[in-house]
Write a protein that binds this ligand. Structure first.
Ligand SMILES: [Mg+2]
Length: 333
């Protein structure tokens, strides 16, 4: 039998904004019991997906958009409710499913076995309609709480790794990414590029035009840097007006071209701010790591910083390449 889905004609408002937590999977081999469960749940405005065996339930529950709440009959031929609970809890990934095990067994050992197999709650057959409603509600409440927690956690995770103003990686995150990419480079020998960029005379912009204009400049500079690089390059805010880009798999010539593209994208188009159009320039220090490079994580940062310093000393609005043994080897010295 195919899973039957039925939510039409009940409450259009509810079904429109219905989420996965409003859908309940019912798995029971007894057609009468299945029907009773389905009609109760639909009366309370839940969507119902009903199946008649454990195998169908297992298939559905593995799908990414499976209902988050399932009412599983313990006794089913083939895959039973208890085994379903176990299998589901063995999955490491995926959203948490709230499992309500329905059983005719009501001795305490059976109930303990059900809960130990991974059921969140249980219901004994024959059940009381009000009890069913209360238990389903408590499951929904837990799922909603879990959902809210998950979202809060994701938000916190994002905020912990991203710069509040520009939305790019923050200093700690971009340094972690650099460390990871340097290690990867030493393992696989693929080229790795590092760009360190600093907005020229930024303090003057803040002092003359105010911080809101300064923030607009930073946002636009970031936007142009990101547009000049590939989607899988990493860009982070290293300091106030200083940015670090980690560019994996990019040879020296392409890295130089990227750096020059970034420099030109800033210098050739003034930035619109509330304080008027501002002409901005950017200085860049570049390190290109090729196979057998001697740079480790700290020295690559140091080399990029030194190259940036030279770009500043040599007149700003320019790109300088780290001069070292390593750059010589890359044909850049
Ligand atoms: Mg049964």
């Amino acid at each position: 039998m195919n899973p039957t889905q039925n939510s039409e004609g009940k409450d259009p408002v509810r079904s429109e904004k219905s989420t996965l937590t409003d859908t309940v999977l019912v798995a029971d081999d007894d057609p009468i019991f299945r029907h009773v469960l389905q009609s109760c749940l639909e009366k309370w405005n839940y969507r119902v997906v009903a199946v008649e065996n454990g195998e169908d339930a297992w298939k559905i529950l593995q799908e990414p958009d499976a209902p988050h709440l399932a009412i599983l009959d313990w006794m089913m031929p083939g895959l039973d409710g208890l085994e379903l609970c176990r299998k589901l809890r063995h999955r490491k990934e995926g959203t948490y499913r709230y499992l309500l095990l329905v059983t005719a067994k009501d001795n305490i050992q059976d109930i303990v076995a059900g809960l130990e197999a991974g059921a969140d709650d249980y219901l004994t057959k024959p059940f009381d309609v009000d009890e069913l409603r209360a238990r389903v509600r408590s499951g929904t409440r837990i799922l909603q709480l879990q959902d809210a927690l998950l979202r809060a956690h994701e938000k916190l995770q994002f905020e912990a790794a991203h710069d509040g103003l520009t939305g790019i990686w923050n200093r700690r995150a971009i340094l972690d990414l650099l460390k990871r990419e340097v290690e990867r480079h030493h393992r696989n020998g693929q080229p790795l590029g590092i760009l360190m960029a600093d907005v020229d005379h930024f303090k003057r912009i803040n002092d003359t035009y105010g911080h809101p204009a300064g923030d607009t400049v930073l946002l636009e500079v970031v936007s142009r840097i990101v547009k000049s690089l590939r989607q899988y390059d990493f860009v982070g805010r290293y300091g106030g007006e200083e940015f670090l880009a980690v560019v994996p798999g990019c040879d020296a010539a392409n890295l130089m071209a990227s750096a020059e593209r970034i420099r030109a994208s800033i210098a050739t188009h003034p930035i619109d701010t509330d304080a008027g159009q501002l002409s901005i320039t950017l200085s860049l220090g570049v390190v290109s790591m090729q196979a057998n490079s001697v740079f480790d994580y700290e020295s690559v940062l140091h080399a990029a910083d030194a190259a940036l310093y030279r770009a500043k000393a040599n007149g700003r609005d320019r790109v300088e390449v780290a001069n070292s043994l390593f750059a010589a080897r890359a044909g850049l010295a």
